[in-house]
Design a protein around this ligand. Sequence first.
Ligand code: AMP
Length: 300
Amino acid sequence: MSLVIVGSVAFDTIETPFDRRERIVGGSGTYCSLAASFFTQPKLVAAVGEDFPEEMVEFFNQRRIDTRGVEIKQGKSFFWEARYGDDPNQRTTLKTEPNVFENFRPQLPSDYRQNGIVFLANIDPDLQDDILSQVTKPQLVAMDTINFWINRKPASLLRVLEKVDLYFANDEEIRLLTREKNLIKAGKKILEGGPSLVAIKKGEHGALVMGKDFVFGVLAHPCEEVVDPTGAGDSFAGGFLGYLDKAGNIRDENEFRKATVYGSVMASFVIEDFGINRLKSLSIKEIEERFSYFKKLVSF
Ligand code: AMP
């Protein structure tokens, strides 16, 4: 099949209680496509400014990420700044500057438009909608978002949500979107509004995937030191969808289970170091070892 990903490619400034990094490469599209690249050859759609390092685009290509959909535009790249509290799930966004993503309406290369998996990673919902309108008969459409867009563009967001099959959210986002405290009730509300599957990520407590007659839960990897939680959600989606694309079967519940575990595996690696560092040094062998470890973790 194929996996098309639209999302931010960005510079991030990140502060944790222990350390700080200025303007490191991040973005939802970056994390997701790098995580997916361990399973398949994702096609990335994004805009970057002239300040974005060429070597980074080359690195994407080395990782088999198709970057024909990445446009270099006049101006500055997307910029995001955030601070984490002692609890890694507590994140305060200090700045969001869309820059070159403002009014970015790309024309997809023709082979990006064919039926496959489309992932609308966290980005302006109007851009997500525009990308979706250019794709014919996708086999599976998934989306993610963040509080920033839930608060700023709720109507656009709900319009996209109606058209997708799978919604990835963390506990905070799904509560905000559905105004429902209980996660099961929140998940059911989403399932009434369009998607047939919802994946709820719960940080150190793992993830829950729900469908109308389907529920599957996975524990998070028992990690003693979270260095930087940024990108965990996007890497979860990248591992999940990258695996499904490779498996080529998007109707089999068992494949959804395995995809959930691969998503958790990828998220568990990315938080071990700042930014995309851990995804740079990661090997397929390590991924498979951790997959087996996840299996052991819940077998009795
Ligand atoms: P995650 O930690 O998985 O929620 O994703 C963090 C990534 O999302 C960072 O690398 C940011 O550059 C990117 N990001 C943050 N806010 C936004 C936004 N409003 N739209 C698109 N991408 C964003």
